[in-house]
Design a protein around this ligand. Structure first.
Ligand SMILES: Cc1ncc(COP(=O)(O)O)c(C=O)c1O
Length: 361
């Protein structure tokens, strides 16, 4: 079996975690502080604040940017549901803008079209590790006085015109779930260069208290443990190398699959560094392809079979008549193949060969 994802963790992570356990200091402490310092430096932001998950990071980033009841936040319908749900947690309304059919990322023109007097922020997702059009999107936000928040949960190390994602918006969010480009088991991070946003995220992560048992506002327990941070420090050191492996694997797949009938390989825009969280193709007959992959013991993923506005929750919230043709078409056609860094060369070649054979029939 070739799995679609496998965390690249081993002895080094185990050793780092063992040291924390032996120290007896398990909750948020020195390891978290060090992880935050190094992560901020890596991304190129002034601050980084670790959280218990990517979802928690999104929730706190939106709150810290002042998003509240009655506000509208423009985002993509083609993402993991956490992106849009974080807007709902704030009592605000997600407004969905359609995607670019080549990169699967939200289109700047579609964002602009959806702006109303209630719009407060734009929440973009660098889907599959491919950065969004940050120059155009930043310009739209600047012109209309909107906050810009990046969901970089799938894009650790990705870059746009040489600058790492997570450093563009008023705030950005990362996830360290086991399938991500780097992991802490569960975990997340908010990066920002705004002192006020960083301070607010820290306050809200800690039940609204700067000092123990003195609670200024309604907050949460969204802290990361030192156990997770110790793992994160090791993973961060390996991130560039792991991303390089992903890119190499993606190149092998694309070299083999380019031009194959019925399969469209991932598009990479000039000027971006794509970190291939997912290697996602479009296919004409997904059912037939997945049948063969299953038979041949090759894992795959469908990211995502239902766009957010078509989910039951969102239908009930009044989105059932919304039509976003590119996102809907993508959800019917996309298929993610194994690309993770622990794959052996023969495994990548086998994936390509099976897809080629199945698509050619
Ligand atoms: C685009 C996107 N946003 C948000 C999340 C939520 O992150 P987490 O699972 O760490 O809460 C994920 C990952 O699961 C994601 O892929």
């Amino acid at each position: 079996m070739i799995p679609v994802a496998r965390p690249a963790v081993g002895e080094e992570e185990a050793e780092a975690v063992r040291k924390v356990i032996e120290s007896g200091m398990l909750a948020q402490g020195e390891q978290v502080l060090e992880f935050e310092r190094r992560f901020a430096r890596y991304v190129g932001s002034r601050h980084a604040v670790a959280t218990s998950s990517g979802t928690a990071a999104l929730h706190l980033a939106l709150l810290a940017c002042g998003i509240r009841r009655g506000d509208e936040v423009i985002t993509t319908p083609f993402t993991f549901i956490a992106t849009a749900n974080a807007v709902l947690y704030c009592g605000a309304k997600p407004v969905f803008a359609d995607i670019d059919g080549r990169t699967f990322n939200v289109r700047p023109e579609e964002i602009e079209r959806r702006i109303t007097p209630r719009t407060r922020a734009v929440l973009v997702v660098h889907l599959y590790g491919h950065p969004c059009d940050m120059a155009e999107i930043s310009e739209v936000c600047r012109e209309h006085g909107l906050m810009l928040i990046e969901d970089a949960c799938q894009a650790h190390g990705a870059a746009y015109r040489g600058r790492r994602v997570g450093s563009f918006g008023d705030a950005a969010c990362f996830s360290f779930y086991p399938t991500k480009n780097m992991t802490t088991g569960e975990g997340g991070m908010v990066t920002t260069s705004r002192e006020d946003v960083a301070e607010r995220v820290r306050l809200l992560r800690e039940h609204g208290a700067k000092r123990r048992y003195e609670h200024e506002v309604l907050g949460y327990n969204y802290r990361m443990t030192d156990i997770a941070a110790a793992m994160g420090l090791v993973q961060l050191r390996k991130l560039d190398e792991m991303n390089e492996r992903r890119r190499e694997n993606a190149k092998v797949l694309t070299d083999e699959l380019e031009g194959v009938e019925g399969v469209e390989t991932p598009f990479v825009k000039p000027g971006v560094t794509h970190v291939f969280h997912q290697y996602t193709v479009r296919c004409r007959s997904r059912e037939r392809l997945t049948e063969v992959l299953e038979r041949e013991g090759i894992g795959y993923g469908i990211h995502y079979p239902t766009p957010v506005h078509r989910q039951e929750l969102y239908r009930r919230l009044g989105y059932s008549r919304l039509s976003l043709p590119e996102a809907e078409r993508a959800s019917r056609e996309v298929l993610s193949l194994p690309v993770h860094p622990t794959l052996r060369r023969e495994e990548v070649e086998r994936v390509a060969e099976v897809v080629k054979r199945a698509a050619g029939r």
